[in-house]
Design a protein around this ligand. Sequence first.
Ligand SMILES: C[S@@+](CC[C@H](N)C(=O)[O-])C[C@H]1O[C@@H](n2cnc3c(N)ncnc32)[C@H](O)[C@@H]1O
Length: 222
Amino acid sequence: MIYAVGIGPGDPDMLPHKTVLLLREADVISGFDTVLSLAEKHFNPNATLISMGYKDQCEKLEQVGKYSREEKKCVVCFMGDVNFSGYEYLERINNSCHEPNPIIIPGISSAQIAASKTLTAFEASVFLTFHKRGDISKDKEFLVAALKLGKAAIIIPLPWDFMPAEISRYLIERGIPPKTKVNIFEHLTWPEEKTYHRTLKTCKEKFSDVSIMVISSIDSQL
Ligand SMILES: C[S@@+](CC[C@H](N)C(=O)[O-])C[C@H]1O[C@@H](n2cnc3c(N)ncnc32)[C@H](O)[C@@H]1O
């Protein structure tokens, strides 16, 4: 059996109890090196660890699939919540483990922490990730349309091509008011967490690849 679990934004105390129990009981725990290091305090000390990087992920996931077919309890860890910007990895689990439909246990997303810090209601916002393979032009159009309708936006940037500075410049070019408020959060819930309050016009610096951006509704600034 394979469980796909969101390990939360980084603070090792921000995992659902269900996920903590699974990590304590797991026979096999796998995920990207950086993600595993955030949750390791909960790991069964006798579990087999399968940590991976971008290049060897398919071959490592094949090993996880093999363990699962041997009746081992396998947990694959995702950053934040599985359901926000996690489906490319989920697809790789499906394809490489040859064990379709892992059980998904949601986690707390960086988007939820960013929303809490900016008092951004989900129902008044759109969620977008540019952190994906392929063409992002439709997502860019969607963002402009949503902001023009008065929605706020919670955005995962694309390192290093479409980061907050490039997103801000693009939105100004597309007619979104330069004074629109923007908050950028680096390493939310990590000890080195940082917050930057900007407008589209003043959002110019280079931020970490572990950052999330919240753009306020243009209606809130009229
Ligand atoms: C592939 S996406 C996965 C997002 C994750 N599933 C979530 O729900 O937060 C990875 C990107 O999410 C953003 N991210 C994840 N955790 C973050 C955190 N603690 N603080 C700021 N941004 C974060 C960063 O932009 C990072 O490069």
